[in-house]
Design a binder for this molecule. Structure first.
Ligand code: 6R9
Length: 658
């Protein structure tokens, strides 16, 4: 059995940065040398972007690995850094958030107004008995109060745990219990797909199971009827009446800032813990470097939900610490029509757009003519996050959204890493479609084989992080042993091999002939076909490179002859006929297309044409469920599934193709 991941796909297109962007870029090529010369000094310089109440004595304490302490002895307040200091610097009138609700209502919040709201919310939480170190659960739609609530917690040193507004009673209550939260901040509901969608009933049911909850703070968003008890307080009767004066105290650099749960594929969700100084340093630095943010002129928009780490780091902490002006949108991309995103870009003159491959592929499926109807000329940098971006989706993004001008930055990172780790720099890197390219300055990443040996260029294996980084997770909440077992016991010192601690990311990757990094999907998803390890990503990208396919998901299903066989699910582009024989012809053609692109070993045994794929709320394809379908098993845990009807559709289609 071959133990390394094969890599079959090769890409030769490359796009250097536009000259004007390169000339004026925030971060230039010398940053790599500077960081390589003295990594810790480089990070210390980045930490100086922030305002510290007390300077640190030591950049990194790595004396008890894998438990890191960054900026030891330093003190700061995260909310002060994200809000107050911009007002003090005379930028109180700058717009922090252009918010747009799904029904079309809007709010414009300046930094001065944000300071008032955050101070009021901090006073209210204090009145409700929340003190530094306590945990607060946040279960809100994409409304400005979500950012305000997070910043108010940070301001008083309470640790927030944001739970996606779409999660179930079970998901919410287990997260509240695990963190032993004292307060929940929620809303009556939010708007999704043109309708109000209730949140409060879920909270009521969840809280009934959680003895730790003392108060529920409720924002009125939709005006829906809500059940009410003595525990409940309206936001507008408390926060909006509270004093706007609040002095932000300083907290230790290692004070817990937030817990965010990642579901993983099996087992209990992991409460990823992030702390204060290192996290804010790296989110602030990367937001400035990776998007080339110019706070005076750019309008930035990250389409993520605040319940995902991308919303934490690149809607709240990174952009606000940098004094950015950003757009925040409540709803779905097809309400009231499929042009909604482009209309928002056009209306607010968005210059930096950060979104996920799932959305880009959805837009591809809907057709090129939709973005073409809007003026997208304000865009100058495009970002992608969440999954490997297929080269054709990358090309489509650059061509139809970026009008062949804008750099596309494919940013690899995780809830655990807190901030972007691997990405092109838009003013430096000649990016290749589909590659996250190279580790950012100050970041140590490599691809190793199963013996922890770095693979040569051209080779594939496991992505690892070789040096501690400022925004690294500090542990799994309440479970240090699971932290060690999950991330640090596969390679290096934690596996009893040498004295170097190596972080196992759980992703497969390859290095191309130039040493650029290509992410190949989760190692749990790798398929073993006739003794060959084949990555799901490469087969999916081969399918998406066919003009009839917008999106594809690939899984390995048990096969009597080959061990596993490749089963693919493909979403055709909008204009493609798939009825009757047209569908059969297309399937045949796609199987041959994959075999031609990657080699006969990668030819799918079976391809299903489907209308949708099962995705998590953050847009990741849930291959585990597709594997259950492909192997005719009953479906496993579907708590994080975005739309549960999708699976019924796919399962029934699968039965009929057998
Ligand atoms: C930020 C975020 C982390 C996992 C990660 C990887 C996948 C994220 C990616 C990417 C390829 C990229 N992932 N960005 N894969 N290219 N640019 O997504 O965090 O939700 O914790 O997921 O997402 O598999 O390990 P999180």
């Amino acid at each position: 059995m071959s133990e390394t991941l094969e890599n079959l796909y090769s890409e030769t297109r490359q796009f250097p940065p536009p000259a004007d962007l390169a000339a004026a870029a925030n971060v230039k090529a010398d940053a790599y040398e500077e960081a390589a010369a003295d990594r810790l000094a480089y990070w210390a310089r980045q930490a100086e972007r922030l305002t510290w109440a007390k300077p640190w004595d030591q950049v990194l304490d790595w004396s008890n690995p894998p438990f890191a302490k960054w900026f030891v002895g330093g003190e700061l307040n995260v909310a002060y850094n994200c809000v107050d200091r911009h007002v003090e610097a005379g930028n109180g009138d700058r717009v922090a958030i252009h918010w747009e609700g799904e029904p079309g209502d809007t709010r414009t919040i300046t930094y001065a107004e944000l300071l008032k709201l955050v101070s009021q919310a901090a006073n209210t939480l204090t009145d409700l008995g929340v003190a530094a170190g306590d945990r607060v659960a946040i279960y809100l739609p994409m409304i400005p109060e979500a950012a305000v609530a997070m910043l108010a917690c940070a301001r008083i040193g309470a640790t927030h745990s944001v739970v996606f507004g779409g999660f179930s009673v079970d998901a919410l209550s287990t997260r509240i219990q695990d963190a032993d939260a004292k307060v929940v901040i929620t809303a009556d509901g939010g708007y999704r797909r043109g309708k109000p969608s209730a949140l409060k009933p879920t909270v009521d049911e969840a809280v009934a199971r959680c003895a730790s909850i003392e108060h529920v703070l409720v924002v009125r968003r939709t005006g829906q009827e809500v059940g009410w008890t003595d525990r409940d307080k309206w936001w507008h009767e408390t926060v909006e009446q509270a004093s706007p004066e609040h002095k932000a105290p300083a907290f230790d650099a290692e004070h817990p800032l937030f817990i965010l749960y990642t579901s993983g594929t099996t087992g209990k969700p992991k409460g990823i813990l992030h702390t204060t100084g290192g996290y804010l340093t790296q989110t602030s630095y990367t937001h400035n470097a990776v998007f080339d943010l110019k706070p005076e002129t750019d309008v930035y928009w990250c389409t993520a939900d605040i319940g995902w780490v991308t919303g934490h780091s690149y809607i709240v902490y990174g952009p606000l610490s940098n004094g950015a002006t950003q757009v925040m949108y409540e709803g779905t991309p097809d309400t009231p029509d499929r042009g909604r995103f482009w209309q928002i870009v056009d209306r607010y003159k968005v210059s930096i757009l950060y979104t996920a491959p799932t959305l880009i592929r959805t837009m591809m499926k809907w057709g090129d003519d939709i973005p073409a109807r809007y003026d997208l000329s304000s865009l100058r940098v495009l970002g992608s996050v969440g999954e490997p971006i297929n080269p054709e989706a990358w090309m489509w993004y650059r061509q139809h959204v970026g009008h062949e001008r804008t750099p596309v930055v494919d940013t690899w990172w995780q809830t655990e890493t807190g901030a972007v780790m691997i990405s092109p720099l838009p003013g430096v890197t000649a990016a290749k479609p589909g590659s996250a390219m190279t580790p950012l300055p100050g970041v140590g990443a490599d691809v190793v084989d199963d013996q922890a040996q770095p693979v040569p260029n051209g080779g594939g294996g496991f992505l690892v992080l070789t040096e501690p980084w400022p925004s690294m997770l500090r542990t799994i909440w309440g479970d240090d042993q699971r932290f060690i077992d999950t991330y640090w016991s596969r390679f290096g010192a934690g596996a009893g091999d040498g004295d170097r601690w190596i972080y196992f990311a759980g992703d497969g990757a390859k290095k191309d002939s130039d040493g650029a990094l290509w992410l190949l999907g989760r190692v749990d998803d790798v398929m073993l076909v006739s003794g060959h390890n084949i990555s799901t990503t490469e087969v999916e990208s081969a399918l998406v490179s066919h003009p009839a396919v917008a999106e594809a998901a690939v899984v390995g299903a048990t096969d009597p002859t080959t061990g596993q066989a490749i089963v693919a699910f493909a979403i055709p582009r909008g204009n493609v006929a798939t009825d009757g024989t047209a569908g059969e012809e297309l399937i045949k053609e796609l199987r041959n297309h994959v075999a031609r692109t990657l080699g006969p070993i990668a030819k799918p045994r079976q391809i299903m044409l489907v209308a949708e794929l099962p995705k998590t709320r953050s847009g990741k394809i849930m291959r585990r469920l597709l594997r259950d379908v492909a192997e005719n098993r009953s479906l496993g845990d579907v708590t994080t599934l975005q739309d549960s009807t999708v699976m019924d559709l796919i399962s029934s289609g699968m039965q009929s193709t057998r």
